[in-house]
Design a protein around this ligand. Sequence first.
Ligand code: XMP
Length: 509
Amino acid sequence: MPEKILILDFGSQYTQLIARRVRELNVYCEIYPYNHVPALTDDVKGVILSGSPCSVRDAEHPTIDLNHYMGKLPLLGVCYGAQLIAHELHGEVTPSTIREYGRARLAELHTTNRLMKELTLGSQVWMSHGDTIKEIPINFEVIASTDTVRVAAYKLRDQETYGIQFHPEVTHSEEGKTLLRNFVVHICGCTQDWTSEQFIDSTVAELQQTLGNDKVVLGLSGGVDSSVAAMLIHQAIGKNLYCIFVDNGLLRKDEFENVLDSYKHMGLNVKGVDAKNKFYSALAGLTDPEAKRKAIGRVFIEVFDEEAHQIEDVKWLAQGTIYPDVIESVSVKGPSATIKSHHNVGGLPDFMKLKVVEPLKTLFKDEVRLVGRTLKIDEAILGRHPFPGPGLAIRILGDITAEKVHILQQVDHIFISNLKKTGLYDEVWQAGAILLPVQSVGVMGDERTYENVVALRAVTSVDGMTADWSRLPYEFLADVSNEIINKVKGVNRVVYDISSKPPATIEWE
Ligand code: XMP
């Protein structure tokens, strides 16, 4: 078991960021809701208490028994976490009289303190809180202040318990990473040996142990997660991993063939299944987005189940579930929980009676990419934009026909290949085209046309929860629009979506 840091989540929107920063230091950590923390084991080297949308002054504020941790393990309270420790030990937490939100600068600093080592006076920190610690309990010492916040950081004199009012995990805190390193490395004593190589070695060994000679089935999607999961399991059990890649007729142009080819080159034991017509029949006449999603989900399960049954004695179902899917489903109630609920935790049917193996369920997306790179998976797979499970079905507004799919595939292909050609692809988080159920008048040569409108969508984002439309150069948009109208029969107008999320969403359905 690797040594680890526990992060207790009180519902802050930044909790996952704390975990990512700790892991960037090559230290493994896990997030638990404050009210579902497992018993401490020897591998736990320290504990971090997150921020929260709540106030310790509320009667019903989330709390924990601090005696479990204080004096036994190094403890760091961040924002609400710091206020909670101060409050529980009879300090005074009051509403801030000034707005303590945004940038502030460290105006006083005890660099002899281990948490503050190598931080510099004047360094910018990020504040985001409605309460402030007015009085610290006896036996606490202030180890950093800003111009307006006296207790920006504190320490208990006789033990390794710390509190900081600012957020070291956000990049606006210029030396936040140094502070977190001080905590996890110098105070908790973690050895920073958690790397992608180490993850691969230990996961492969674990998979060999768990799976033995059993057969495993896995559904590939062409995306990063399922591909990396497949390669890891392949390293562990080779040909006993049976991969299924379904063509639902809703993928990008030539994607099924190209991706299947890459998978074969990677040495995977993969079966490509052409189920286009099954999906088109199930979708015929459906216009409601949720009905389309349900039909696609149902047919996928049918096809997958039928294929899996042909693998004699298969015992396991492998899934590319990643850490955000796991922690989102147990997050404490609070503003961050409601923003997060999302689509990707699909789930296959119980009736297959397979045991589930999820080798990536402790990793964040960027860590999955890193593992993929270490496993030498094709960059074209690792660097791909996210693509929704229901594919082009939710980018064709209204009912789906093979002809509409064909039109949209050509439009999408022109847009995406131009993004790649001009080097803009990696600047954009996700891009695609939408076929609108609208015809408009145009003129081509001497002829009046009455044809389809397509919308182009490109967004910048960090995680898809919020997004802004990409400021693609006009010249680029002009070229793409010309190429689409000249080459794609049935389209005579191109528009660009300039809505941000919220209030719009990335997809149109
Ligand atoms: P929205 O449209 O909600 O999309 O802003 C956020 C991210 O989720 C993807 N998305 C889906 N992914 N099944 C999926 O697997 C779906 O039904 C689905 N709907 C949206 C979307 O492409 C974007 O990356």
